[in-house]
Design a protein around this ligand. Structure first.
Ligand SMILES: C[S@@+](CC[C@H](N)C(=O)[O-])C[C@H]1O[C@@H](n2cnc3c(N)ncnc32)[C@H](O)[C@@H]1O
Length: 205
């Protein structure tokens, strides 16, 4: 069982995750001209909190995640609400290739878990239709305290360097803004803030 399989059943009990998804959904709508004909892909969708907040904006949403536990919880939520246009997909895009095309790809708190970010951005580019959009939400560079010891992923991102990587992958109209701050109390009772960026870009037509 993976770390995320173990967390899946209780994921939606965290009020912060719900609030973050709502704020991020509004920020995405503020930065990207969404329309109801769009086919969307949420990569690393977890329990699809972000996509539930965005579902009325799109024609169809594929919810891709490499955690079977997350995918099962997502499937149950969708079935309970009789939603036909949201499609969970248990799939590991880091290690496999996917061939469908989308008009928008978005993700929240996933890129810091991706080993080879350059290759993933290239995969996102090839999965988009011309004129399609990408939206990445993740941590700005942090000191490692967010996950603590033993974490092997990225300690957030320098958003300017990540913007350059998007341009190298072929994206244009690269823009970013801070969209949320995660607040956590440390052992001494001090509040630490971890700001998140929303980075958007477009595949040329
Ligand atoms: C921190 S959680 C965020 C979940 C969700 N985006 C949210 O904000 O509530 C990271 C998610 O990315 C997924 N993930 C990590 N690596 C992945 C990969 N290579 N392919 C697909 N999903 C992946 C994990 O299974 C997990 O559900």
């Amino acid at each position: 069982m993976s770390e995320f399989d173990a967390k899946a059943r209780d994921w939606d009990k965290n009020q912060l995750y719900i609030e973050r998804s709502e704020v991020v959904a509004n920020a995405i709508q503020g930065m990207i001209p969404l329309h109801k004909n769009m086919k969307a892909l949420e990569y690393g969708s977890g329990t699809a909190l972000l996509s539930f907040a965005l579902k009325d904006q799109f024609a169809e949403i594929t919810l891709m995640d490499s955690s079977r536990g997350m995918t099962e919880v997502t499937q149950e939520k969708i079935a309970a609400q009789h939603i036909r246009k949201m499609k969970p997909l248990f799939f590991d895009l880091e290690h496999e290739n996917y061939t469908a095309k989308f008009d928008i790809i978005y993700n929240q708190m996933v890129m810091h878990h991706v080993n080879d970010v350059d290759t993933m951005l290239t995969k996102f580019f090839s999965l988009l239709n011309p004129g399609g959009y990408i939206a990445l939400v993740d941590l700005y560079s942090e000191d490692g305290s967010f996950h603590g010891e033993g974490f092997n992923g990225h300690l957030g991102f320098d958003v300017e360097l990540l913007s350059d990587k998007l341009k190298e992958a072929g994206f244009r109209k690269v823009e970013h803004q801070q969209c949320f701050t995660i607040e956590r109390k440390d052992e001494d009772g001090r509040i630490n803030g971890y700001p998140l960026f929303l980075l958007t870009a477009c595949k040329p037509k």
